[in-house]
Design a protein around this ligand. Structure first.
Ligand SMILES: C[S@@+](CC[C@H](N)C(=O)[O-])C[C@H]1O[C@@H](n2cnc3c(N)ncnc32)[C@H](O)[C@@H]1O
Length: 512
């Protein structure tokens, strides 16, 4: 087992710790005003002395996830509160400038490890430079970590790391630079999402949401999940891009996409149509083709605040929305296409009040009109069985459930058994809507939006404002999503989460 760790050192900026070789971070300290973290390297055999080495935070920029895990655990052990160092943390994309590290010396003067090791053996316990391994460089500019100890290199049993000395030092050592790097990395990742920049704001503490969360802009299908291929999509064919002031289907009565939409009963006026509709309702024969339907969004020409917002017919119901799609003849500017183009609203992830206990939340940086589209819920789509297994495996099944979204809107109408349904899991990957907290009297509501009418198992979940929401007000929705808002709650089940929404009609528990 000669070489376990390779750290590319070619070029100043490219010297980075190889992320998948890092097992975990074990301790931290400050040496000559430089924040350093003790890396435990992965080994492919069981050993009590895996290589350990101290690194400046600048060298750990590709494994900030591990650094964040370490800092969260450290903060918890200090005062039971993750990353609780109180400080103001403005929304900034600034990456701290790079400072000198011990490897700069190594790069310029590749000293064999043995000749550097005197400092190791002579150092006091809190200033030991390298434990159980030696960082070295070869002619190609790589640093190797040799996992065996020489006479001059102290060997340390990994079970004793961190030593009491290390822990004492770590507790009082500054970690601000690492926290800034973590925050900057999170903001960088947010910047890669399509649509307006999503901001991060935290004046409560020094924490950043987990870097382990992966931002995605479309669903990730996992094993056993099938989406109907695009070829099966059908679009409206009798419409054209030039209809009704070039706004597509909005002004036609011929749009096939409306075939699947809910019937607008208020427009059934003739006795004959009423009789036919009543017959349909009792027999479910023949579909609803020919009955009056409504497009979901206000068209241009209505009040500016309303254009593109949900019409009351949808806003005040849970009716699924059927948008036109790429196969439609109405063209790209059809007003029956909205959610599929994604978010246009500027959002901000923010830390809720310290005493609040609801963690992170989401708000908009602009006023939202009643019925305005905000964003979709994204995540991995998993089978019902996988969702159940994940819930069972989770240490807090109720908390886990708050990231799981059943795609069961069409279960009844399409006669789909529970085990055939899919579930969206937004805990590990997804979009900013993951941060929307629950409220018993919410200002947003989730809607089913379908483009491929033939796929009753994969569709979008889209959040819309259900009333005017002034800029900066926290966005919330009802996790229970009851059709009848007057419905009460059962007695709280085991592990139920107390609701902290603070609404006048709070049901006291997130769900039972
Ligand atoms: C989908 S997450 C929402 C984002 C979450 N606040 C975070 O920091 O990641 C759901 C979790 O947030 C917390 N939460 C959301 N709404 C809450 C409420 N009204 N009362 C208490 N906790 C809430 C609960 O811990 C819940 O399991």
């Amino acid at each position: 087992m000669p070489v376990m760790v390779v750290i590319p050192t070619n070029g100043y900026g490219r010297r980075r710790v190889v992320v998948d070789k890092v097992q975990r971070i074990r301790s931290n300290r400050v040496v000559d005003a430089e924040e350093q973290y003790l890396v435990q390297w992965k080994v492919d055999t069981r050993t009590n002395t895996p290589p350990l080495s101290w690194h400046a935070i600048e060298e750990l920029v590709r494994c900030l996830d591990e650094v964040q895990d370490y800092l969260d655990a450290r903060a918890k052990s200090i005062d039971g509160n993750p990353a609780s160092t109180k400080r103001k943390t403005p929304d900034t994309t600034d990456v701290p400038e790079r400072r000198a590290s011990p490897f700069d010396r190594l790069r310029n003067n590749r000293t064999p490890s043995a000749s550097r090791s005197s400092s190791v053996s002579s150092a006091a316990p809190t200033t030991i430079d390298v434990y159980n391994g030696v960082l070295d460089a070869d002619d190609d500019g790589f640093i190797f970590c040799r996992p065996f100890s020489g006479t001059d290199i102290p060997s340390l049993d990994i079970r004793k790391v961190p030593t009491p000395d290390m822990t004492r030092t770590a507790r009082s050592a500054k970690v601000e630079r690492a926290l800034r790097y973590i925050r900057a990395e999170y903001i960088r990742r947010l910047g890669k999402l399509p649509g307006p920049q999503i901001h991060l704001y935290n004046t409560v503490d020094a924490s950043t949401p987990s870097l382990r969360f992966r931002y995605i802009s479309d669903y990730v299908l996992t094993e056993g999940v099938y989406r109907m291929p695009l070829e099966t999509q059908q679009g409206c064919q009798q419409c054209s891009p030039h209809m009704g002031r070039s706004i597509g289907c909005e002004y036609t009565r011929k749009c096939d996409c409306l075939e699947y939409a809910a019937v607008d009963e208020s427009r059934i006026t003739s006795p004959q149509m009423l009789a036919e509709y009543q017959h349909y309702q009792t027999t479910r024969d023949g579909g609803t083709m020919g009955f009056p339907k409504k497009f979901p969004y206000f068209a241009e020409g209505t009040k500016i605040q309303r254009t593109g917002c949900l019409v009351p017919f949808y806003l005040n119901s849970r009716r699924p929305i059927y948008e036109c799609n790429d196969k439609c003849a109405c063209g790209p500017y059809c007003r029956n296409k909205l959610v599929q183009f994604g978010r246009t609203v500027q959002l901000e992830i923010f830390k809720t009040n310290a005493n609040d206990g609801r963690g992170w939340g989401l708000r908009a940086k602009e006023d939202l009109h009643e019925g305005q589209f905000i964003d979709t819920y994204r995540g991995e789509i998993v089978t019902d069985a996988v969702a159940t297994a994940r819930e069972t495996a989770s240490s807090n099944a109720k908390a886990k459930a708050s990231y799981l979204y059943s795609l069961d809107k069409f279960a009844e109408s399409e006669n789909l058994p529970d085990e055939d349904l899919y579930v969206v899991d937004g805990e590990f990957m997804g979009g900013p809507t993951k941060f929307i907290n629950h409220c018993c009297q919410p200002n947003c509501r989730q809607y089913t939006v379908s483009y491929n009418k033939h796929d009753c198992r994969v569709y979008d979940i889209a959040f819309f404002a259900c009333r005017f929401i002034p800029k900066g007000e926290e966005l919330t929705f009802d996790y229970l999503d009851q059709e009848d808002e007057g419905e009460g709650m059962d007695e709280p089940g085991e592990g139920a989460i107390p609701c902290l929404c603070g609404a006048a009609k709070c049901r006291k528990w997130l769900w039972t």
